[in-house]
Design a protein around this ligand. Sequence first.
Ligand code: IPD
Ligand code: CA
Ligand code: CA
Length: 260
Amino acid sequence: MYDEFLTFAVALAREAGQIQLAYFRGNDLAIRTKSNISDVVTRADRESEELIAGAIVERWPSHAILGEEGGSRGAAASDYRWVIDPLDGTTNYSQGLPVFAVSIALQYRGEPIVGVVYAPYLNELFTAARGGGAYLSTGGGTPQPIHVAGKQSLPTAVVATGFPYDKDRNPDNNAANVARILPHVRDLRRMGAAAYDLCAVAAGFLDGFWELGLHEWDVAAGSLILLEAGGVIRELRADRGVSLVAGNAAIVDEIGRYVE
Ligand code: IPD
Ligand code: CA
Ligand code: CA
């Protein structure tokens, strides 16, 4: 039903991924800071968003677009809205670390209908269309269905989190949550790309994930992929942007005992 959109988004994600690989670990990244010294943007972020948003405007001129780097464009009143994080995990990317991804979602009347997250260096493509399940294609191979892990308690769970960019000036920066939960989990990861974190939970590579102060573009595609993989998302806080806990129902409950 959503095949045309999904195929289009996958092709764009792969193309943007090629831009990112071309600059990766090179000395032509043109790194700049945004909101503060921790918040960086590179040439690859900007060029990827231009490629993706430009192609959407050309193919679907009546649709709305929200992109991290370019803001809102297109037809604002449209029922269809694309939400793009052209490069999620820019800190990793700018350091030469391999966990970064292109994230593209399409919403219809505010509900996600298509989600694509492509990690070009890892060559992992996560996809979902509403009601159609979630899939992972590795190395360009046939997409395989993915499902969240079944663990029911934290002592065997490996969970991930992240830290907000205002961590220097706002003490409500997730450090206390980490200190509380750490003794109770098998281990903790800070992967560095929220879209990838959600997909890793969707595929059962991580058992759970929480983060505060995210933005819509970080989670729009990954949330649909997680839900279609049988996962659960709970809002963690109403006062800190997009703040969520993800996993299976039991792990979301367990994480919720320690984080706020
Ligand atoms: C960031 C990553 C990171 C998360 C930050 C996000 P960006 O996105 O997803 O894991 O902790 O909150 O802003 O800036 O690399 O697109
Ligand atoms: Ca992001
Ligand atoms: Ca980004």
